[in-house]
Design a binder for this molecule. Structure first.
Ligand code: GLN
Length: 211
């Protein structure tokens, strides 16, 4: 089904933003690279990619970007991957650092070891369609998830793909695997959010249901 009506921003301050834009485009959405607070306007959703969360914070602390992003993620569907998940988390440890504090999880940065310990795993998840490849690069570990957080995939018993309301986070890099399911999951979440805001869109959401 065409998803041309969805415009999804990809925060493009640093990190793996191009691969996310490609994955979104392949699913029929319009991907818009976001480099300024003004570019957050008129988006149906946003992806905060992986990279280095401390570097993101350095860029975001300029020109009120962090505040604008905090306001945005409070109401608009946002998907954070790896460093993006760290930015969305309510509580960041190892070491403690500021965040958007939107998603009710605690993350421990670099919890699986150094760069050399990055890993590609293929595991069962709650997504349909069989095992999912998950690329972990200096990933954080989700050490606590609040009661409204749904865990969709785990690694060694810790959540690695979680959803809370209009927010989605992965501690791995779905944009580096040749499998559209996680980006599709986010687009479905964006579509449902639009339908809730505007009942005229409810038909679209129903068509998506049961995909
Ligand atoms: N280790 C990075 C951080 O703490 C995240 C790594 C990634 O995004 N692949 O921000």
């Amino acid at each position: 089904m065409s998803q041309a009506s969805l415009t999804i921003g990809v925060l493009a301050l640093q990190g793996a933003f191009e691969a996310h834009a490609k994955a979104l485009t392949a699913l029929g959405a319009t991907a818009k690279l976001v480099r300024t607070p003004a570019e957050l306007k008129d988006l149906d959703g946003l992806i905060i990619p992986g990279g280095e969360s401390t570097t993101f914070l350095k860029f975001l602390e300029r020109g009120g970007f962090l505040d604008a992003l905090q306001t945005f993620v409070a109401t608009t569907p946002t998907f954070g991957t790896c460093a993006g998940a760290i930015l969305l988390a309510k509580d960041v440890q190892n070491p403690t650092q500021p965040s958007l504090a939107a998603l009710d999880i605690t993350v421990e940065r670099n919890a699986y070891g150094r760069q050399i310990d990055s890993a590609i795993l293929t595991e069962q998840t709650k997504l349909e369609g069989g095992p999912l490849e998950m690329v972990f690069i200096r990933a954080p570990r989700i050490t606590h998830a609040g009661p409204n957080v749904e865990t969709l995939a785990t690694r060694d018993g810790s959540p690695v793909l979680v959803r809370e309301g209009h927010l989605l986070a992965a501690t791995f890099h779905p944009e580096l695997s040749n499998d559209p399911r996680v980006h599709q999951l986010f687009l479905d979440l964006v579509r449902r959010n639009l339908a809730r805001q505007n009942p005229v869109n409810q038909n679209l959401a129903r068509q998506d249901h049961g995909r």
